[in-house]
Design a protein around this ligand. Structure first.
Ligand code: ADP
Ligand code: MG
Length: 343
């Protein structure tokens, strides 16, 4: 395919048409209609919803993720999803991931099947002021429990035959932080946080557990729920290490959302507790305590500061709500880090 002198949307439509013909074996005549709609624009990728209406068929509906700069990331995400899909998820009915369909090297676009349902974030948002509070409450608790079960199963599937102590896990994650110092954080606060974390790592009770794959961005935005199915999407930040990272990230982000977006701190804290209890129940890999999560909290905050700052540079000035949210998250993270080092 040659894409010279074409805008991105027509390139996307062309590849989408190719994917339909190849993977769905539908000969496309001139009575089809294709629509692409930009869904999100992130730091390093844009996500599009692609729909094709082909005569009497049910419409074909895929998501396309286009890596903007870091070409390897989208390819890496595709390879990972494909191996997870083949080894495990193609037979799963309830705990799922989207089926990866095609990766275009030329345009750096990853196509995945669309998952029915809504993200946990949207679910919380739309129903935050419900008429029947108790029904909403029961439903959201059930979804959060399912999110914990999804994560536990993912960690079991990706478990490696290597044991880690919490101390060595923490040290590995601290190493990766050195390249990540955020501009919104003073050098002093960054270094003091790191040195306190290193000290903590040295004094930890050794808790041996398995190294596992980590989703890397396990949050309410990346979990899709429907009637019986729970799915996770967005594997761009997958890596290996202690599964505590994913558990702590989910819980810390719940705390942040509860404080600044949904203004319901106690309810979100109770969701975090339910998440941890469910994750620990009959877990054959490891159980984590609230204190373990607390140890990882500064690491998650330091990572979040890096992402929000990167994102802030990309934000169009016309999106004041997002800017305000990021400003509040940064402020909260810095306040919590100061608390952590005892300032
Ligand atoms: N396979 C999919 N099924 C359903 N929705 C999806 C799918 N992939 C992406 N989305 C939607 O697009 C949004 C952004 O996609 P995601 O892969 O999380 O990219 P980002 O890196 O921008 O967070 C998600 O929050 C979700 O609403
Ligand atoms: Mg996402």
């Amino acid at each position: 395919m040659t894409f010279k002198n074409k805008n991105f949307e027509s390139i996307l439509k062309e590849i989408f048409k190719f994917v339909i013909e190849k993977y769905y074996q539908v000969p496309i005549d001139d009575r089809y209609k294709i629509f692409v709609h930009k869904k999100t624009s992130g730091v390093d990728s844009d996500v599009y919803l692609c729909k094709a209406y082909i005569r009497a068929m049910t419409p074909v509906c895929l998501y396309a993720k286009h890596g903007k700069d870091y070409e390897v990331l989208t390819k890496k995400e595709y390879d990972l999803m494909l191996s997870l899909w083949v080894k495990h998820y193609q037979k799963e009915k309830y705990l799922c991931i989207p089926k990866p369909i095609y990766y275009s090297q030329d345009a750096n676009i990853l196509f995945t099947e669309r998952i029915d349902g809504i993200t946990l974030a949207k679910f919380l948002h739309y129903k935050a002021a419900p008429i029947c509070w108790h029904i909403f409450h029961r439903k959201i608790m059930e979804h959060v429990k399912r999110a914990a079960i999804w994560l536990k199963s993912f960690h079991t599937i990706t478990r490696q035959p290597i044991k880690l102590s919490l101390e060595s896990a923490l040290e590995n994650d601290l190493e990766s932080l050195h390249q990540h110092q955020s501009a919104c954080l003073s050098k002093e606060l960054f270094e003091q946080s790191l040195s306190k974390l290193y000290k903590l790592a040295k004094n930890l009770n050794l808790l041996l557990h398995y190294k596992t794959g980590r989703h890397g961005d396990y949050s309410i935005d990346n979990i899709i729920v429907s009637h019986e199915k729970t799915s996770a999407i967005d594997f761009a930040q997958f890596n290996y290490g202690t599964p505590l990272y994913d558990v702590a990230k989910f819980m810390v982000l719940l705390d942040i959302y509860g404080n600044f977006i949904y203004h319901n701190t106690n309810f979100f804290r109770s969701l975090a507790t339910v998440f941890l209890t469910t994750y620990n129940e009959s877990n054959r890999i490891v159980s984590f305590s609230e204190d373990d999560v607390k140890i990882y909290k500064p690491i998650i905050l330091l990572h979040e500061l890096k992402w929000t700052e990167l994102f802030e540079q990309e934000l169009p000035s016309k999106n004041p709500f997002l800017r305000y949210t990021i400003y509040r998250i940064n402020k909260y993270a810095i306040k919590e880090l100061k608390n952590f080092i005892g300032k």
